[in-house]
Design a protein around this ligand. Structure first.
Ligand SMILES: [Fe+2]
Length: 402
């Protein structure tokens, strides 16, 4: 999506004969929006339609938790058990018609291959590194990466070391915000990242291997398994704009100001009715009268989910690394009592967090119920004279957003 890329061998023109050892290769156009969106053209050794066996279809079941009260929520996710692989290990936390947000701590690699046939994916790598092996080539990833996987990409994770992800999946497109790009797609000077920060697949490895290869494809709100008789990564070359890529959160260049910058300044991705933002270490507001932490706000039609990646959140009551907060629509939220006053004079913050704002309500799963901190809804309440939380031990630990 970010720029034109080419890997391996492709013919001089599209849609002309392209042979290997006299055999005509199979050209596949992988495109969006009925041949009017971005596309890539792949050249296969075998037809990608060659299914030897149709496997089972398994519908997705979501175990919903409907809380008895509408309130701000805090979920402690650090101890979520490791399970499954990078796909089967996704544990749905919240969702709506536009986005599903899952946590994942895989405890092993996957034998077979996976393809999301009905959604784009952004996988935030909180812990771990490895290689996402894809039909477009190898995509190395590391801690702090957003791994962006467009729909239709066949892949398999090759993880190295313990892994922990937050996974966003959407039936809509997940894109770089339009306002960051010019009419030709180039990232503008005011954008908080540039093309050099975006990493497409490195090496294309063409697999010439017969056998049984299982590919699980997410379609129609379920998982369909197919068995192919040839390795799915049989591409000798491809070019175009559709491919997976990574962007590291630490390459996000924070935008700061004399007075408070609103969350859109931190936007990293645009989805259908949602955004993903990166809150990174940065200098805080520098006006002599600035209040460095945010004003209370009622985002009346937004739901605000934040995943706390690193930093000292001690001044935010009960929040720890891997915590998730959800500030739902319809009610106000803001800094805890006393913090606005105590933040005055702070010059920087060291926190790192990922936020997803949705424009329609999110539903919760029973997983969320099991990790719910019921005290959080009351954490703004104080008996008269009670002590405010103190950021003094680590002033830079004051949570500077939400
Ligand atoms: Fe907020």
């Amino acid at each position: 999506m970010p720029t034109y890329q080419l890997r391996g061998e492709v013919p001089r023109k599209r849609h002309i004969q392209f042979r290997e050892n006299g055999t005509l290769l199979t050209e596949e156009v992988v495109g969006l929006e009925g041949f009017t969106g971005n596309e890539s053209i792949l050249y296969h050794l075998q037809s990608p339609c060659r299914i030897r066996e149709l496997g089972a279809f398994k519908a997705i079941e979501r175990d919903e938790w409907i809380p008895s009260a509408h309130a701000h929520r805090h979920f402690r996710t650090a101890d979520i058990p490791a399970a499954g692989d990078a796909v089967t290990g996704r544990q749905l936390l919240m969702w709506n018609a536009d986005v599903e947000i899952s946590l994942c701590r895989p405890d092993g690699a996957r034998e077979g291959f996976y393809r999301n046939g009905e959604g784009d994916e952004v996988i935030f790598v909180h812990e771990g590194s490895g290689v996402l092996e894809t039909i477009y080539g190898d995509l190395p990833y590391a801690e702090g990466d957003y791994v962006v996987v467009p729909r239709g990409t066949t892949y398999r994770f090759a993880p190295q070391g313990p892994q922990r992800y937050v996974v966003f999946e959407s039936p809509g497109l997940i894109e770089i915000p339009r306002r960051y790009r010019n009419a030709y797609g180039q990232l503008l000077e005011h954008a908080p990242f540039y093309h050099r920060d975006i990493h497409p697949p490195t090496d294309l490895r063409t697999h010439r291997e017969r056998g049984d290869f299982e590919v699980t494809v997410r379609v129609r709100d379920g998982y369909q398994t197919y068995v192919l008789d040839y390795h799915p990564f049989d591409v000798v070359g491809w070019d175009g704009y559709v491919y997976p890529w990574t962007f590291n959160i630490n390459d996000f260049e924070p935008i700061t100001g004399r007075i408070h910058m609103p969350p859109p300044a931190h936007q990293t991705f645009a989805g259908r009715n949602f955004v993903i933002c990166s809150f990174c270490p940065r200098k805080l507001d520098f006006d002599p009268l600035a209040v460095p932490i945010p004003y209370h706000h009622s985002n009346l039609n937004s739901e605000e989910m934040i995943y706390y990646v690193s930093g000292n959140f001690g001044s935010r009551r009960g929040i720890e690394v891997s915590s998730v907060t959800l500030h739902p629509s319809g009610i106000p939220h803001g800094p805890h009592p006393g913090l606005a006053e105590k933040s005055i004079g702070l010059t920087e913050t060291h926190e790192l967090a990922v936020m997803c704002d949705t424009f329609h309500p999110l539903r919760l799963t029973k997983l969320a119920k099991g990790m719910d901190d019921p005290a959080y809804a009351y954490s703004w309440y104080e008996e008269d004279g009670a002590a405010a939380p103190s950021p003094e031990e680590d002033p830079a630990g004051v949570t500077s957003h939400f």
